[in-house]
Design a protein. Sequence first.
Length: 135
Amino acid sequence: MQLTTETALAICQAGLAHARAHGFKPVAITVLDARAAVRAVLAEDGCSIRRAEIAMAKANAALATGETTRSLSAKPPHFLAGIAHIVGGMVPTPGGVFILDEQGAILGAVGVSGEASDIDEEIALAAISAALTQG
């Protein structure tokens, strides 16, 4: 399976639909492919500024380290500072999760920003699930 533009857009749209259905704050969602190239970005009306960049940095953090941002958020601050210095453009708080194929290979990552980090992660996981079961 390949992460197509259509699938990336469907993930973003499913995430926004989940956020609206649950009455969450406006969010931004970014989908990066396995090499961290941007495949889709959507920011809702009313979303605070720079949320798309933060969402991208969450997805980038996951891809750069091979760990979800929830896992990264548990690391010691000096570790995160070192990784951020090397990688740049990463936000190690929940909301950056992997898109996996049927065999568990990483196709890309989703980053969400705009709500509390736990909710950002919920939106990302729901978006992937909804988009991949439709497609």
